[in-house]
Design a protein around this ligand. Structure first.
Ligand SMILES: Cc1cc2nc3c(=O)[nH]c(=O)nc-3n(C[C@H](O)[C@H](O)[C@H](O)COP(=O)(O)O)c2cc1C
Length: 339
């Protein structure tokens, strides 16, 4: 029965299960991508702001090592975005997922002309609408419950604003999902599939430092909080991370940059660059060095649902089996009323 619900997403992505392991900078490397692919899911490689030559090597390794479709994440606000973009135009990669800000129309068109399917995040109704009109092939509708850079609208509202109004468009949903039960209900609502991050960061194949995984294991859902923006003079894309010293340091950095902006000793572009560099640097500090006090512990509220490190195969198997059970339970419930 599950395959009937999976059909649209399976066809679009070309994998067994339309379960996307979202690209995660410093986390979604070859090893994780390969494990997700081998388990029948759809992986996204995250190059973050890698030096272009390293990015190209990694992409080549994926092309040679994977036999099923996958995507490469392109972060539009990364300083190396343009280089990564140009490299991708020449590579035989089936999908590109734009992240950061939503992509420019001409970038979507160029990627499609280069033979790739394009996907991008939507965190509001208007962003979804705009990108569909620009010809994006699919959307990842992500609620503010998600880990990493986020919008401010919850998935519950986005489902009603976007998923229910664009019935025939490929929409994958994300943010706070970590169970097969939830996945089953989202498929029933019309989603093509789901994207998850936090649950996959807690896999054995994820190379993140042991301390990083331990912090995830301990954290409750309420401890994964979104950063505030203190002043619209310095627009800050919110980031959801587990509360630690690093979060407080980010607050202080914002205040310092605002003072400098007021004094005219820094430009807005430079201030925003410092904000983005802060996250890239501190995420590496936590993921690679294991400094979970000062580093960034980006995680979704779903961190409260994942308490064990498991192999990817087991994560996928549990998701599928739980979704199947949920659908069977619903079928029985409905059959009582549909005689
Ligand atoms: C540690 C971490 C890093 C992330 N980095 C990226 C990234 O580089 N690019 C991207 O598109 N999304 C990134 N995300 C978002 C995920 O791809 C995914 O959409 C999100 O985790 C879904 O919410 P969930 O964590 O509740 O499952 C990141 C998420 C986490 C937890």
């Amino acid at each position: 029965m599950i395959y009937d619900f999976f059909e649209k997403g399976r066809k679009f992505l070309g994998v067994e299960y339309p379960i996307i392991c979202g690209g995660m900078t410093w986390i979604s490397d070859y090893k994780l991508v390969k494990a997700v692919s081998d388990a029948g899911g759809f992986p996204v490689f995250a190059g973050g702001n890698m030096p272009p030559d390293l990015f190209e090597q990694e992409v080549d390794q994926l092309i040679n090592g994977l036999d099923k479709p996958f995507a490469v994440n392109l972060i539009t606000i990364a300083p190396n975005y343009r280089n990564h973009f140009e490299i991708m135009l020449t590579k035989d990669v089936p999908f590109v997922v734009f992240a950061g800000n939503f992509p420019k129309k001409r970038d979507v068109v160029a990627m499609k002309e280069a033979g790739k399917k394009t996907m991008s995040f939507a965190s509001t109704e208007s962003i979804a609408d705009k990108q569909i009109n620009w010809g994006i092939d699919a959307l990842i509708l992500e609620g503010s419950e998600a880990g990493g850079h986020i919008g401010s609208v919850s998935l519950t509202v986005l489902l009603q604003q976007v998923l229910f109004n664009f019935r025939d468009f490929p929409i994958f949903v994300a943010g706070g999902i970590a169970t097969g039960q939830m996945m089953a209900h989202l498929l029933l609502m019309g989603a093509y599939g789901v994207q998850m991050g936090t649950i996959f960061a807690m896999s054995q194949e994820c190379s993140a430092h042991e301390n990083f995984k331990k912090a995830f294991k301990k954290a409750r859902a309420r401890q994964a909080v979104a950063t505030p923006q203190y002043d619209s003079k310095l627009p800050v894309v919110a980031v959801r991370s587990i509360l630690n010293k690093g979060m407080a340091q980010f607050g202080r950095l914002q205040l310092e940059l605002l003072k400098k902006l007021d004094a005219g000793s820094i430009t807005r572009e430079k201030a925003q660059y410092e904000i983005e560099s802060y996250w890239a640097g501190t995420l590496r500090q936590a993921v690679q060095d294991g400094d979970v006090q000062n580093g960034s512990l980006m995680a979704g509220q779903s961190v409260g649902l994942v308490n064990e490190v498991k192999p990817i195969k087991e994560i996928m198997k549990n998701l599928i089996e739980d979704a199947e059970e949920e659908l069977e339970m619903l079928r029985k419930e409905f059959s009582k009323f549909c005689k």
